[in-house]
Design a protein around this ligand. Structure first.
Ligand code: CAA
Length: 386
């Protein structure tokens, strides 16, 4: 039985900072951000967007096209959770009006969360072939103003519908996993911003990639020349480029060129959005689907990395109907408003504060989008913009 991705939804907040503006404000050569880091813009979430509202908005993109009564599993992977106890997925389930019989929970292992959700959904569909599963990665990457990580922030959500006989991509169950208890990036309970050992984090990412990629090829008798494209977790696009350069180091020129061209197709969206943690790898997948010419059965390799750290290399195959199912991500990107750095700094600082209980938050989102409207009796309220 083929199991895989049938629909992809994407959401990013309606504001961004241009990297040249940020570089000028930080007294840095803009080419460091544009070329050295590989980012052009980063989405900014104001206080009325969080992991829950973004997850709802991403899923709502394809919701009218699916039978919601068939959804048996809903998982939200996030490292920007809004509650220490209650799952983000319960708020999402309520907004999407899914049935009470759905199994739903939140899952966490840094940026690996959506990959964990996908393989949990794969196992679920293999024993519940008449059901479907919604899995979502939803995050706001916050390092802080004037930090080295500031240029690698972002916000957004990717939602996937997993089912049998998928229209877009089938998932292959063979994977190569590697985990180790390390401290490259983490966010202590109560801290709104992440702590990171930046240089160390980039080195372990590459070490984990080399190990899982080589191991996958050896165990599954697959050669790198079999891949149409390799996709990477993209905390910033230069990180993916470093991994791709390692992958193609000893390849014949023709194969190296093919993988380099597809890599360029896979980073177009991330360059405009920034890091969305759990969804980043799958924003790269969406970017590839939108920009590349793919055909049935093309083999796509994916490297998922979650700090702390857990990594896995695995593969998808392109299915015949993928192009018909693409929902244009540029409709979401092109509606964004460019912030001045002063406006971004104000929004960033406000978004770190806990809302005053009982005070309603307003949103400047477009009609139909969901937003966080504040707390009442310390209960989070989510509304659809009218
Ligand atoms: N023109 C062109 N390039 C320039 C330049 C200029 N004028 N000035 C500098 N550069 C280049 C540098 O040569 C460097 O390139 P290489 O990496 O190829 O050597 C690059 O720009 C970055 O410059 P620095 O090395 O000086 O970097 P920095 O000290 O400013 O910090 C960072 C970079 C460590 C990535 C920092 O942004 C950070 O800590 N980010 C958050 C952590 C992160 O994303 N880690 C990734 C792995 S962990 C992970 O993947 C999980 C996750 O999602 C967080």
């Amino acid at each position: 039985m083929k199991i895989g991705i049938d629909k992809i939804g994407f959401y990013t907040p309606n504001k961004y900072v241009d990297m040249v503006d940020l570089a000028m404000a930080r007294n840095v050569d803009p080419n460091k951000y544009l070329k050295g880091i590989g980012q052009e813009k980063m989405s900014v979430a104001d206080i009325s967007q969080d992991a829950v509202s973004m997850a709802i908005n991403a899923t709502k993109q394809y919701l009218p096209k699916i039978d919601i009564d068939k959804v048996g599993l809903l998982i939200v992977g996030t490292e920007s959770s809004v509650d220490e106890s209650k799952s983000a997925s319960l708020f999402v389930k309520s907004a999407l009006k899914l049935k009470a019989s759905v199994r739903t929970f939140e899952i966490k292992e840094a940026c690996f969360g959506l990959t964990a959700a996908i393989f949990t959904a794969y196992d679920y569909i293999s024993t519940h072939a008449d059901k479907t599963a919604i899995v979502i990665g939803s995050d706001i990457a916050r390092y802080g103003l004037n930090t080295a990580g500031e240029v690698t922030q972002g916000a957004g959500s990717i939602s996937l519908l997993i089912k049998k006989d998928p229209a877009m991509l089938s998932i292959n169950p063979q994977t190569s996993a590697y985990s180790k208890d390390i401290n490259d990036f983490w966010r202590p309970t109560g801290s709104a911003t992440a702590l990171v050992d930046g240089k160390y984090s980039t080195q372990v990412y590459l070490d984990f990639f080399e190990y899982t990629f080589k191991n996958y090829q050896k165990q599954n008798h697959v050669d790198i020349s079999n891949f149409k494209a390799l996709l990477y977790h993209l905390p910033f696009t230069k990180m993916g480029l470093k991994a791709n350069n390692l992958a193609i180091a000893n390849l014949a020129e023709r194969d190296a060129k093919k993988l380099t061209n597809e890599f360029k197709n896979s980073i177009e969206l991330s360059k405009q959005v920034g890091n969305i943690y759990t969804g980043s790898l799958y924003l790269g997948l969406l970017s590839l689907l939108v920009h590349a010419e793919l055909k049935l059965n093309d083999l796509i390799g994916l490297f998922s990395y979650g700090s702390g750290a857990m990594a896995e290399f695995f593969t998808f195959n392109i299915e015949a109907g993928y192009r018909n199912e693409i929902i244009d991500p540029y409709l979401i990107l092109n509606r964004r408003k460019r912030l001045t750095v002063a406006e971004y700094e104000k929004i960033f600082t406000e978004s770190l504060q806990a809302p005053i209980d009982g005070q309603s938050l307003v949103s400047d989102e477009q009609a139909g989008m969901w937003y966080f409207a504040g707390t009442k009796n310390h209960i989070r309220q989510y509304c659809e913009k009218s």
